[in-house]
Design a protein around this ligand. Structure first.
Ligand code: ATP
Ligand code: MG
Length: 415
C-alpha cells in the first residue's frame, strides 16, 4: 500500500474531544473515525486490525467445534417480552412501517433459541455450538472510552446447547482454554485473567476475562498465585479470598472486561420451551452457555496497553501491516531504491505500507511512531545501498543489507 493513496490523511494533532488513550491514537492515526459518541467508522488501517482479531477468534472458535452463522440485527420485540428483557435500558426500540414493534439486537439469545428450536429435537443433535461475529446495539449511558464502549459494536457471540450440566461444564472449560489462546494471540495474554463474576440469577458465577490496565472501568482482586481474579462485585461472596486457593492476599487492580462466559442453565430454553428427546424418549430441557468477546473492545484494550507517548505499538499478530517502508529523501536516485525495495518486499509476500509521501522526515517518522507498525525500514541518502531497520518497540536502529533485512523480517514474523 502506498501511503500517498491511503484513505485518509493522518492528523498532525490528536482529536480534542477524545479522552481515552485508545481513541486519541486511533482517531489521530486514522484507524477509526467518530460519527457520534460510541459510534465509529473503521477506516482502512483500523479495519485491517479488526479483521485480524476476527480471524484469530474465528480460528479458536472453529477449533472447539463452533459453527459460524450470521443472525439479523433487527429483532421483533415480542421475543424479548417472552424472556422479560423488553424493558432493559440498553435496548434501542423502533417500529416497522406496518406498526410492528422492533428492537436492535443487544445480544442474540432471543433469536438463537427459537432458531435452534426450529431445527433440532433429539439427543443426537446435541451438543451444538453456534457462533457469529456480528454487530450489537446498546444504548450505553457511558460511551466515553472510544471503541472500548460502543453503542454499536462488533461482538463474537457463541452459544452452546447441551443435554445436561455435566456436558455443559466440560465445554465451558474448553471455551476458557480457547479464550486464553485468543487473548494470548492478540497480545493481551500477560495481563488478562480469568475472573469470577456474578452470574445474575441463574448460576453462582460467570467468568470474565479482565485485562489489567489503569484505563479499566472494572475493579478486580487478583490472586497472583493462581493467576485468577475476582470481580469486586463478588468479593463479599467469596469472603475476600481466592476461590481456588483461599489465599486472602488479593491485589486490587483496574481492568477492562474483554470477554465474558456465562452459564445460562435453562433460563432461555425454558422461556422458549426448547427441549430435546433423550434416549429413553423423555422430553428434557436443553442446558445452555453463552460466550462473548467485543472485537473493538479488544482492539482498544491492545492500544491502551501497547502504546507509549508517541503512539501505538501493535503486537505482530494484529498489526495492520508487517513492515513500514519509509522514503526519507526527495532525490530521484534514492526514490528509485525505495521503489525497488517496495516491489521486492511485495513480491516476497511481505505486507508492506510504503510512505512515499512528499512530507518532511519529521512528519513521516512521527506518523510511523503513531501508527505503530512493528518493523520500520528507512531509505535515505544516509543509508546508501543499505536499509535502516528499527523495531517499533526498541530504540536501536540496525543498518542492514537488503538480504539481511528480509531475513530479519522473516525471522521476526515466524517466531
Ligand atoms: P460491560 O460490563 O462492559 O458493560 P457486559 O457485561 O454487558 O459488558 P456482555 O454482554 O457480556 O458485556 O458482552 C460480551 C463482551 O462484549 C464483553 O465482554 C465485551 O468484550 C464486549 N462488550 C460489551 N459491551 C460492549 C460495548 N458497549 N462496546 C464494545 N464492546 C462491548
Ligand atoms: Mg460485564
Amino acid at each position: 500500500m502506498r501511503q500517498s493513496k491511503l484513505f485518509s490523511r493522518i492528523s498532525k494533532t490528536p482529536p480534542r474531544e477524545e479522552i481515552s488513550r485508545n481513541a486519541k491514537f486511533l482517531v489521530q492515526g486514522r484507524f477509526i473515525d467518530k460519527l457520534m459518541a460510541g459510534v465509529y467508522t473503521y477506516l482502512p488501517l483500523g479495519l485491517r486490525v479488526i479483521k485480524r482479531i476476527e480471524q484469530i477468534i474465528r480460528e479458536e472458535m472453529n477449533a472447539i467445534g463452533g459453527q459460524e452463522i450470521y443472525m439479523p440485527a433487527l429483532h421483533p420485540l415480542e421475543n424479548y417480552i417472552i424472556t422479560k428483557r423488553d424493558k432493559i435500558d440498553v435496548l434501542f426500540h423502533l417500529e416497522s412501517a406496518s406498526g410492528k414493534k422492533l428492537v436492535l439486537g443487544q445480544s442474540h439469545e432471543e433469536i438463537i433459541v427459537p432458531l435452534v428450536k426450529k431445527h433440532i429435537s433429539s439427543y443426537k443433535d446435541l451438543p451444538l455450538y453456534l457462533y457469529q461475529i456480528q454487530v450489537k446495539f446498546r444504548n450505553e449511558l457511558r460511551a466515553k472510552s472510544g471503541i472500548l464502549r460502543g453503542r454499536e459494536f462488533a461482538m463474537k457471540d457463541l452459544y452452546s446447547f447441551h443435554k445436561d450440566e455435566n456436558d455443559f461444564e466440560k465445554y465451558y472449560q474448553s471455551v476458557q482454554a480457547a479464550y486464553h489462546n485468543i487473548f494470548r494471540r492478540v497480545g493481551l495474554g500477560d495481563l488478562t485473567y480469568l475472573t469470577y463474576a456474578s452470574g445474575g440469577t441463574f448460576s453462582k458465577y460467570s467468568h470474565e476475562f479482565q485485562t489489567i490496565t489503569p484505563a479499566g472501568e472494572d475493579n478486580i482482586f487478583l490472586c497472583e498465585k493462581c493467576k485468577i481474579a475476582v470481580n469486586k462485585e463478588m468479593i463479599e461472596a467469596v469472603e475476600h479470598r481466592c476461590p481456588q486457593c483461599e489465599n486472602d492476599d488479593l491485589k486490587l487492580k483496574k481492568a477492562i472486561e474483554v470477554g465474558n462466559i456465562f452459564p445460562l442453565k435453562t433460563k432461555f430454553s425454558d422461556a422458549f420451551d426448547l427441549k430435546y428427546i433423550d434416549q429413553a424418549g423423555q422430553k428434557k430441557p436443553i442446558v445452555m452457555g453463552c460466550y462473548g468477546i467485543g472485537l473493538g473492545r479488544v482492539m482498544g484494550t491492545v492500544v491502551e496497553i501497547n502504546s507509549d507517548q508517541k503512539g501505538i505499538i501493535w503486537p505482530k499478530a494484529i498489526a495492520p501491516y508487517e513492515v513500514h517502508l519509509i522514503l526519507l529523501d526527495k532525490q530521484p536516485k534514492i526514490k528509485e531504491i525505495a521503489e525497488k525495495a517496495y516491489n521486492s518486499l511485495q513480491k516476497q509476500g511481505v505486507q508492506v505500507i510504503y510512505d512515499d509521501r512528499l512530507e518532511s522526515a519529521g512528519v513521516k517518522l512521527n506518523d510511523a511512531d503513531l501508527i505503530g507498525i512493528p518493523i520500520r525500514l528507512i531509505i535515505s541518502e544516509k543509508t546508501k545501498d543499505k536499509i535502516e531497520l528499527k523495531f517499533r518497540n526498541s530504540q536501536q536502529p540496525l543498518l542492514l543489507s537488503q538480504d539481511k533485512v528480509m531475513e530479519t523480517i522473516t525471522e521476526y514474523y515466524q517466531s
